[in-house]
Design a binder for this molecule. Sequence first.
Ligand SMILES: [Zn+2]
Ligand SMILES: [Zn+2]
Ligand SMILES: [Zn+2]
Length: 113
Amino acid sequence: MYSEESNFNKEINFLASLCSKQYFSFPRCKDEHTCGKQHVGRVYYPCIHYFLGNCKYSFNCKFSHVLVSRVPPTSEDAVCFFSLMDGCNNQTECKKKHVSNLKELSKFIKFDR
Ligand SMILES: [Zn+2]
Ligand SMILES: [Zn+2]
Ligand SMILES: [Zn+2]
């Protein structure tokens, strides 16, 4: 059965399964075999600029344009993009929000498909 909530959870679980290090062309994940995360092509990764509302590449972007912040990126409620892939290395200095509860998270971000 389709529901918006289960769909959101599915998308978020997929995102969380991806290796955040692979997102950058450099440095790439050095230990793909022991890392435990999925290493997929760029097209499967959401675009951080689109997420923040300003990707200049539009249709030519190598990343997927599906994940959007519901709040302005400058707002106190803006979610840390890399925390969604467990990739935030410094949560204490990172000024963004880190939310692990999916219900809570869906208030701040959404997937457009
Ligand atoms: Zn990895
Ligand atoms: Zn983009
Ligand atoms: Zn962070």
